[in-house]
Design a protein around this ligand. Structure first.
Ligand code: PMP
Length: 394
């Protein structure tokens, strides 16, 4: 039986860009000691006190259907977190609790785009973006943010493809580039989405991982709260990736229809997970800072290791748990470099090309292993790149 073209085309018939990742996993399964600097998952697990809260809730009976838009206490708490961080008036009615940021991204696109509508997103991008847009029936249109502009997207590039588009998806702090969009970048984006009467879908799941500068939610810019759906998640801020707890912040009427969508998709999020999330948020910012601390520390160590050489140039890591490294001096593509590094030293990094064409000639390093292993692996990567760069220059 033939399946719908929508589901058959989710990956557009192409590879999902994770070949090196799968190869590393195969080597590992065969007993090779591979150092994986690939996926965005903490090397710590969800804190014990959060798990205790989850257990208490489940044992207390919160195992039935939970309120579909999210339990009131959690929606209130998320609204408070957003209000304090962004300065924008936000109440429970602006919050829909979702099964992670991923479900929020899907729901947001379904809400903004009709089938066949153009949905813009910035390249480089988190790997699921084009597939998420296609899953919602819309047409993904990438807009390059260029290395020479520090991966800050330019309004002119967005404007050039915005005709008829319904939405623009941005992500700051950015995966994979590790950059935070500047105020000027966001002002220009706000202007262009207004000109073309588009929705802005703002993925802010790394808002607790800020190493330098400040994170500004575009929802806070003049006139933007009415046309922005902001995505958040407990995955990165509280090492709760497996709990699948995220949210969409948007105008009240958008949240009302998104709740209808939630009724007809997940029918809400497990009550004991929501109680655990509420408990976790009630622990305040210090708990988030503690979860982020290892990445900040490794980022600082990485900058020292990367200084004083030119074979590997880091894109300035302002936020998020990744380093994007420019390895073009080696003469290799990101893909070629990642494969050769895996073969030669059993270190797995992600080719920049996995995240779109804009990050070609780069590799993404996830700072998600213990400090000593991380530093050793990075030193090896730099030495490997230096040899290749020397050969390329000869
Ligand atoms: N957005 C970005 C930019 C991400 O990197 C991720 C996960 N790696 C997500 C969204 C989805 O996260 P989750 O569904 O776990 O909240």
């Amino acid at each position: 039986m033939r399946l719908s073209s929508r589901v058959r085309n989710i990956n557009a018939g192409g590879s999902d860009g994770w070949d090196v990742f799968y190869r590393a996993r195969q080597l590992k399964a065969a007993g090779v000691p591979v150092i994986e600097l690939t996926i965005g998952e903490h090397d710590t697990r969800t804190a014990a006190d959060i798990l205790d809260a989850m257990h208490r809730s489940a044992r207390g009976g919160h195992t039935g259907y939970a309120e579909v838009p999210g339990i009131k206490g959690l929606r209130d708490k998320v609204a408070e977190r957003i209000r304090i961080r962004s300065g924008v008036e936000t109440t429970r009615d602006n919050v829909l609790i979702t099964a992670g940021g991923q479900a929020a991204l899907f729901a947001a696109h379904l809400a903004c785009c009709d089938p066949g509508d153009r949905a813009l997103f910035i390249d480089p991008y988190y790997v699921t973006y084009p597939g998420t847009i296609r899953s919602g029936g819309a047409l993904p249109v990438p807009v390059k943010a260029r290395p020479e502009n520090g991966f800050q997207p330019l309004a002119a590039d967005i404007d050039a493809v915005a005709g008829g588009a319904k939405s623009l998806l941005i992500n700051t702090p950015n995966n994979p580039a590790g950059v935070i969009y500047a105020r000027e970048t966001l002002d220009n984006i706000a202007a262009v989405v207004k000109t073309h009467d588009m929705w802005l879908i703002s993925d802010e799941v790394y808002d607790s991982q800020i190493w330098q500068g400040t994170h500004l939610s575009p929802r806070a810019l003049p006139g933007m709260a009415d046309r922005t759906l902001a995505i958040g998640s407990m995955s990165k801020s509280h090492a709760m990736t497996g709990s699948r707890l995220g949210w969409i912040i948007g105008p009240r009427d958008a949240i009302t229809v998104l709740a209808d969508l939630a009724t007809n998709t997940n029918y809400g999020v497990a009550g004991f997970i929501q109680d655990a999330a509420l408990y976790a948020l009630n622990q305040g910012d210090a708990a988030e800072t503690a979860v982020a601390a290892p990445f900040r520390r490794r980022r600082d160590k990485a900058l020292k290791i990367l200084s004083g050489q030119t074979a590997v140039k880091p894109v300035h890591p302002d936020g998020a748990m990744y380093l994007l490294l420019d390895i073009r001096a080696t003469g290799l593509s990101g893909d070629g470099f990642a494969n050769r590094l895996l073969d030669a030293h059993h270190i797995a990094v992600m080719p920049g090309e996995s995240f779109g064409q804009a990050a070609a000639g780069h590799v993404r390093v996830a700072m998600t292993v213990a400090d000593d292993i991380f530093c050793d692996a990075l030193e090896t990567l730099v030495a490997f790149a230096r040899d290749l760069a020397r050969q390329a220059a000869a």
